[in-house]
Design a protein around this ligand. Structure first.
Ligand code: SF4
Length: 255
């Protein structure tokens, strides 16, 4: 039986998807984002991770079900959950059978099986790293071909998407980058929400504890107020998109 490698489980998550959620942080990530605040999830073979089968995990999730209400559920986060393809393909359908709503919080950098994973997922929280090949490599330290493969599957999928993007002073806060991001977002289907997240330094102590040099040493946290204008513009465009989709649907119905 497939065992998931789990870094930790948070039982009352309020920011990783709709409603009250259990957030399951899966171990392992191949990216090395300069602003990552979870470097302790990077190594797949960490001695501190728990191993659990889908059956064991779903049994545990069922205990929290009364808190989920009509909106909540489970979010698989990380690390990068897509690295544990076989576990996801086992646990996502098991959650569905148990009536638990599922979110996948991902940067789209896994090991394939994306179409089937997306079919089994109720909501994707996609962490967009950058809109260009060079920018992606600068932010994550890796090539972007794998994430493009996931992106292409997402474009063909019916699964709703919430987009997230971390804005870092001097790295992803330029107007040119914002324009590229807008163009990229316009290509993604089923976008329901866009969240710009200000860079913060809360995870720095983990780098010290792990003895890893912190790549953004000296970079100040992003002031949330500076993001307000970008967020407003993206929200406006998303509202327009949703409105024109509704108009098309009602026109089709009237025909
Ligand atoms: S994808 Fe997430 S977990 Fe992986 S390095 Fe980037 S921020 Fe960290």
């Amino acid at each position: 039986m497939v065992q998931g490698r789990i870094h930790s489980i948070e039982s009352m998550g309020l920011v990783d998807g709709p409603g009250i959620r259990t957030v399951v942080f899966l171990q392992g990530c191949a990216l090395r984002c300069q602003y990552c605040h979870n470097p302790d999830t990077w190594m797949m073979d960490s001695a501190t991770c728990q191993q659990m089968t889908s059956e064991e995990l779903v049994r545990r999730l069922c205990r929290f079900k009364p808190y989920y209400g009509s909106e909540g559920g489970v979010t698989f986060s990380g690390g990068e959950p897509l690295l544990q393809k076989d576990f996801l393909l086992d646990v996502l359908p098991a959650c569905r059978r148990a009536g638990i709503h599922t979110c996948l919080d991902t940067a789209g950098y896994g090991v394939g099986g994306y179409e089937e994973i997306l079919r089994q997922t109720d909501l994707v929280l996609l962490d967009l790293k950058h809109d260009t090949r060079e920018g992606f490599q600068l932010v994550t330290g890796r090539q972007w071909d794998e994430t493009v493969r996931f992106f292409e599957c997402l474009q063909r999928s019916e699964t709703p998407v919430w987009l997230r993007h971390v804005v870092v002073p001097g790295l992803t806060d330029q107007e040119e980058h914002f324009e590229g991001l807008r163009r990229m977002i316009a290509k993604i289907r089923n976008v329901q929400r866009i969240e710009l997240l200000p860079y913060h330094t809360l995870g720095v102590h983990k780098y010290c504890a792990l003895g890893i040099p912190y790549p953004l040493e000296g970079v100040p946290p992003m002031e949330p107020e500076k993001l307000a204008e970008w967020q407003e513009r993206l929200n406006g465009e998303l509202a327009e998109r949703t409105k024109s989709k509704r108009t098309i649907h009602s026109t089709i119905k009237e025909m």
